[in-house]
Ligand binder design. Structure first.
Ligand code: ADP
Ligand code: CIR
Length: 357
């Protein structure tokens, strides 16, 4: 049972959300009956409360989603709020739905999206993984962060060929080096207020860091939003090649690390938007005509199940007309289908842009 002071904070937070004009999925789905049913519950192993799940959305009324799972059990304990949000975000993961078995298929099925290099600056595919027997950020101790970092970097040091590289811990990294890595879109940014409010940035920078291969085309983020983010990226629009590189890197890591998964939800992640395949395949793209009006571009992208982000990622603006466009859905479909959805959608946007020329 959640303690009294948590209940008081929850009641005040709920009222603030209910009175606001927040467009978050949290506000949309957290009805009073669901709130009343969940407000006293705690997860069995970590005693996480509803407040641990929704405090980011309560503090940041401009959240798109507004909820995180502090530990893997939260998806069951607080299913009455997670399930409708998951169903809404991933478009069709209703009652009785089960995430399909993993199927990566072949990168060769996704030809270069922009062979003449007119629109796409770069392509990136990432996935997230959580390590079995560890909770998510808000429940990790400083020692857990160190243990995770040690476990993960030990395996990273065994990567070979194209994937071989070096780990750079955030602790002790020069500020200008860190900023350069962020500006080049390799490293995660610091001080994300959505993660901070979710209690996901405690003991920063302990245990956080980035692994980079020699060609700077394969990266692994350690202990940012998820325990691991596996990233493949390069200039141009060769999605198939980028995807293949991510798959090989992921398979090499899966050989030695045990990842958390759930028979219904697929791979488990901190944010419900990343469950299932956890795949986000994106391009940095210039669409001078369609991009004149971001709202219109977003509307068009939505028809193809694509999400538009700014140049420096989520919650940022587009600089010099460069948008980050990626698949929205990651759950209820295979990896191959998620990347295929993005390939088809980006091709359609480029075609629409050409028609406007
Ligand atoms: P994530 O993809 O990990 O959910 P963000 O939206 O925060 O997170 O993006 C992380 C970084 O990746 C940002 O610097 C963003 O600009 C960069 N990025 C995303 N897609 C591309 C891309 N296609 N090319 C280059 N950088 C990219
Ligand atoms: C939000 O709710 O806006 C942040 N917590 C981030 C949510 C994840 N992003 C997304 O839309 N895929």
């Amino acid at each position: 049972m959640a303690p009294c002071e948590i209940l008081e904070l929850l009641e005040a937070g709920y009222q603030k959300l209910a009175d606001s004009d927040s467009k978050s999925l949290l506000k949309k789905h957290l009805t009073k009956p669901i709130f009343d049913k969940l407000k006293t519950k705690v997860t069995p192993s970590y005693c996480s409360t509803l407040l641990d799940c929704i405090q980011s959305g309560l503090c940041n009324l401009d959240s798109n989603v507004g909820i995180y799972a502090p530990d893997p059990e939260a998806y069951q304990t607080f299913a009455e709020i997670f399930d409708p949000i998951i169903n809404d975000y991933h478009k069709g993961f209703g009652k009785g739905a089960k995430h399909p078995a993993s199927c990566f298929g072949y990168g060769a099925d996704f030809p270069d999206l922009d062979p003449e290099q007119k629109f796409i600056l770069s392509t990136r595919v990432r996935c997230g993984r959580s390590i079995q027997d560890f909770p998510f950020n808000p429940c990790l101790s400083e020692d857990d962060y160190r243990k995770l970092e040690c476990m993960i970097t030990k395996v990273l040091s065994t990567l070979c060929n194209e994937h071989a590289g070096k780990y750079y811990p955030l602790a002790g990294m020069e500020k200008d080096v860190q900023q350069k890595l962020i500006d080049k879109h390799y490293l995660f940014k610091e001080g994300d207020r959505f993660l901070q409010a979710a209690n996901a940035s405690r003991f920063w920078p302990t245990g956080r860091g980035i692994f980079i291969n020699r060609a700077r085309t394969f990266l692994v983020w350690v202990n940012e939003e998820d325990h691991i983010r596996i990233i493949s990226m390069e200039r141009g629009g060769d999605l198939g090649r980028v995807y293949e590189r991510m798959i090989i890197g992921l398979e090499s890591l899966a050989y030695s690390l045990k990842f958390s998964s759930d028979s219904r939800l697929g791979n488990l992640t901190f944010c419900p938007t990343n469950l299932g395949t956890t795949i986000r395949a994106s391009v940095h793209i210039k669409l001078p005509h369609l991009g004149k009006d971001r709202a219109k571009l977003e509307e068009m992208a939505k028809k193809h199940n694509l999400q538009v982000r700014g140049t420096s990622g989520e919650h940022t603006e587009a600089k010099d007309g460069v948008y980050d466009i990626s698949n929205t859905r990651r759950m209820g479909l295979t990896e191959y289908q998620a990347v295929g959805e993005m390939h088809k959608g980006i091709s359609a946007l480029i075609e629409a842009e050409c028609q406007e020329c």
